[in-house]
Design a protein around this ligand. Structure first.
Ligand SMILES: NC(=O)c1ccc[n+]([C@@H]2O[C@H](COP(=O)([O-])OP(=O)(O)OC[C@H]3O[C@@H](n4cnc5c(N)ncnc54)[C@H](O)[C@@H]3O)[C@@H](O)[C@H]2O)c1
Ligand SMILES: O=C(O)C(=O)C[C@@H](O)[C@H](O)[C@H](O)COP(=O)(O)O
Ligand SMILES: [Zn+2]
Length: 361
């Protein structure tokens, strides 16, 4: 079984990446060092319909229950978080119980936060089912949203393991592939020029991705993220680079209403913006026309929807977790693969934002 090892100050854990990876889950849990009193699987309606019974059947020697939450961002609310905790209490989960997050990043973020806070923390395992979740399932950021900001209520809480079963990706709709692939491109842009070049050269359509391509870019992305999280688990320094494109991306998601524009698509607009800002601030040398042409080929919409007011987006960006005293801080690039952190003035932020309303791909 292919394995990436994640090492952080709070926990070391394996990420298994393979077709039929969940076939190994039961033996992982039966490891003599573990005592598993009960398992709660948290999933959403879409993923539950597709894969819940398969997962439950693979865990027949354990006492397993499940809780199904709404699809997508609707799962990352205080009400759903509270309902998961109530269900866990009703089912008498204890400190030897495991929570399994079966789904994309929304389920992973929610279930991880439930695990982090139930009885002050019980073990959990990520079972990602989207391309995007190569990012969200690794690194231990777990959270729910608040109407005033994305992921504002959360924790750093690492899973015991990640089981990335590549067969689950077969049912992923094109829009979700596009959302997830944005974070793959992010990993190349911030840390590895040759990986970015490989993606740019080899991935010309998201409809015809091969298993080999998917497996390669997921592993490379996870390795890039793992190396950063190893150095800076709690985001005091270089982990902020993983937020490339998110300053505007999160503002767009919140301002449009969670779930209206997918996380990856919002982050992609945010990355185009951050690249534009980098050109203005760091003299980044990068062929934007070529980049935007590639994104159009892949079907990305890279303009800010006209119904979003730039001043409201600026106000949202001031609430970003990287902002201190309402000064907006961006991840910029000096070169592809060389990120830096820079606080920018409101005038430049708004001036460059205007360009994103007019560009057509
Ligand atoms: N914690 C982190 O480090 C981190 C990193 C990146 C993103 N995120 C968060 O992740 C979330 C986005 O995650 P996502 O893009 O995986 O989306 P998601 O979990 O919202 O899933 C997207 C949609 O795809 C469906 N789906 C999931 N897997 C499927 C499958 N295999 N087949 C068919 N349909 C499937 C879901 O039901 C949902 O409708 C955002 O909330 C974002 O903030 C967190
Ligand atoms: O792992 C990280 O660190 C990231 O920033 C990864 C991002 O892709 C992800 O969307 C994360 O949830 C954003 O975190 P936030 O702290 O800005 O909410
Ligand atoms: Zn993200």
């Amino acid at each position: 079984m292919e394995k990436v090892h994640i090492s952080t100050p709070s926990k070391d854990y394996p990420v298994f990446i393979e077709k039929e990876a969940i076939g190994q889950l039961e033996s992982f849990l039966k490891d003599s060092n573990r005592e598993v009193s009960k398992i709660l699987i948290i999933t959403d309606y879409n993923v539950g319909d597709l894969y819940l019974s398969k997962l439950e059947n693979s865990l027949s020697s354990f006492d397993v229950t499940h809780y199904v939450v709404p699809n997508g961002e609707e799962a990352k609310t205080f009400e759903i978080y509270y309902s998961c905790l109530s269900y866990a209490l009703e089912q008498k989960l204890d400190r030897k119980s495991y929570i399994l997050a079966l789904g994309g990043g929304a389920v992973g973020d929610l279930a991880g936060f439930v695990a982090a806070t139930y009885m002050r923390g019980i073990p959990f395992i990520q079972i990602p089912t989207t391309i995007l979740a190569h990012d969200s399932a690794v690194g231990g950021k777990v959270a729910i949203n608040h109407p005033l900001g994305k992921n504002m209520i959360g924790a750093f809480y690492q899973p015991e393991a990640v089981f990335f079963d590549l067969n689950f990706l077969k049912s992923l709709p094109l829009v979700e592939k596009r959302s997830g692939f944005a974070e793959v491109i992010k990993h190349g842009l911030i840390q590895d020029f040759s990986f970015y070049e490989w993606l740019n050269k080899n991935i010309t359509s998201l409809e015809t991705l091969t298993d080999e391509q998917i497996s390669f870019f997921l592993k490379t992305g996870i390795n890039i993220k793992g190396a950063i999280v190893k150095e800076d688990e709690k985001e005091n320094g270089i982990r902020r680079f993983l937020n490339f494109g998110h300053t505007l991306g999160h503002a767009i998601e919140a301002e449009a209403g969670y779930g209206k524009i997918s996380h990856g698509e919002a982050v992609m607009i945010g990355m185009v913006y951050a690249l534009q800002l980098s050109k203005a601030v760091t003299n980044l040398s990068f062929n934007m026309d070529h980049f935007k042409g590639w994104l159009s080929e892949l079907g990305y919409q890279i303009t800010v929807p006209s119904y979003l007011d730039p001043k409201k987006l600026l106000a949202r960006m001031k609430q970003d977790k990287k902002s201190i005293k309402q000064k907006v801080t961006f991840v910029l690039l000096e070169e592809i693969g060389q990120p830096m952190i820079k606080e920018l003035c409101d005038e430049l932020i708004l001036e460059e934002l205007e360009h994103l309303y007019t560009y057509s791909g």
